[in-house]
Design a binder for this molecule. Structure first.
Ligand SMILES: Cc1ncc(COP(=O)(O)O)c(C=O)c1O
Length: 389
């Protein structure tokens, strides 16, 4: 009845207050990648073939594809993909991450994208009696997963300068199982200062875990000096999630990874014996390994982003719209003031431009992904038609 759940995993869930009904839901969540994908607000809404020529600035994808060394490594390994593991590619990725982040190899687990690990961290650290504390607005996967398994949820508004309000997050549920910090935050693109993250880690209840989602960290000016990896090195109750879907331009290749103490990471995959994270496509892993260390290409992409984002900010400011700043990522929030985000999404769609969904906390604000220069020029042209319609 409980699908992939082992006896050990059932015992774990029952000891943490899961009923039979909640256990079944946990089994469904971790037993099928498709379920976790459906929890990804970005991917779920991307279903269906886009119209030809559509300007896609809704899902925070990179404006360009994998880096050349990554694409070359992926292409080169295809001929050997009759083997499950031609040259121990998974181990090579872990080695590369370990060297780069100065984290021991057994503190790193690759995943097919970070969303899967994020949904599972909710099953692992929350339960019907141990809640989730998240921000509002933020990336929704943890909240969706918590709702699904019946864990109590507190969604705490961001501070007026769009940081996670870590003191209010702890006060909202001082006995939670998981505190989710998305930094830089999706959808605002804003960073939560490391001192605030450290405060939360040092003051959270015993046994709780802080998940720091660093999906967009490479876009930020201070990278690599602003990551939470030192907390993992110090053995704290912290899991950091990273993805190759953003600056590395590999969203369709599905690679991400989690960093944390081995006893925490094992909890993310105990419910399916680690099947999913040992089953990653070899070309995707090879591409990730070859891309990870491309510091100058990362810096080049960051510069391209900053230029095009600056141009977009200037355009929108001239229209007398309120922007949520400073974003450090490939997304920008704009307050239309007199129109809802839903109305604007529909109006832009009529002009063949796809912008983000609505974030319920801020109904008149849309998130715009910063695409290529020509994507944004298309967006500006569409904007002029939308406002004059
Ligand atoms: C903050 C954040 N975390 C995680 C993800 C999931 O990314 P992926 O599963 O592609 O690694 C996304 C995707 O947009 C995101 O915005």
């Amino acid at each position: 009845m409980f699908g992939t759940l082992t006896t050990e995993s059932k015992d774990d869930l029952m000891s943490r207050g899961y009923s039979r009904r909640h256990m079944l839901k946990a089994a469904m969540l971790v037993g099928s990648g498709a379920t976790a994908l459906a929890m990804n607000p970005e991917i779920a809404r991307a279903a269906g073939a886009p119209a030809r020529g559509l300007i896609r600035i809704s899902l925070n994808e990179c404006w360009t594809g994998p880096m050349a060394p990554g694409a070359q490594a992926a292409a080169a390994i295809i001929a050997e993909c009759n083997r499950y593991s031609p040259h121990e590619e998974r181990g090579k990725l872990i080695n590369a991450i370990s060297a780069m982040e100065k984290i021991p190899q057994d503190h790193i687990v690759p995943w097919p994208g970070s969303n899967e690990a994020l949904a599972r961290s909710v099953v692992a650290f929350c339960s019907p009696t141990k809640g989730l504390v998240t921000a509002d607005p933020t990336y929704e996967t943890p909240g969706t997963a918590a709702k699904y398994i019946g864990a109590p949820i507190k969604a705490v508004p961001l501070t007026p300068d769009y940081r996670h309000d870590v003191k209010a997050m702890l006060a909202a549920n001082p006995k939670a199982g998981l505190y989710y910090v998305c930094s830089p935050n999706n959808p605002t693109g804003t960073l939560t200062p490391m001192a605030d993250i450290e405060w939360l880690v040092n003051n959270k209840p015993k046994g709780a875990v802080v998940v720091v989602d660093e999906a967009y960290i490479h876009f930020t000016a201070a990278y690599p000096n602003n990551t939470a990896t030192h907390l993992v090195r110090q053995g704290k109750d912290v899991v950091i999630l990273r993805t190759f879907s953003k600056i590395f331009g590999m969203a369709g290749m599905r690679v991400g990874f989690a960093m944390g103490r081995p006893d925490l990471l094992v909890k993310l995959n105990m419910h399916d014996d680690g099947a999913l994270n040992t089953d990653l496509p070899i070309p995707s892993i090879a591409c990730a390994t070859a891309s990870l260390t491309q510091a100058s290409l990362i810096a080049e992409r960051r510069k391209q982003l900053n230029d095009v984002r600056g141009m977009t900010e200037d355009f929108l400011k001239k229209q007398n719209l309120r922007l949520i700043l400073p974003t450090e990522t490939n997304m920008l929030m704009v307050d239309w003031k007199t129109k809802t985000a839903h109305e604007m999404q529909t109006a832009f769609r009529a002009q063949n431009v796809e912008i983000s969904r609505t974030f319920p906390a801020w109904p008149t604000v849309s998130r715009i992904t910063i695409g290529s220069r020509s994507d944004m020029e298309g967006f500006f042209a569409a904007f002029k038609k939308v406002v004059s319609a």
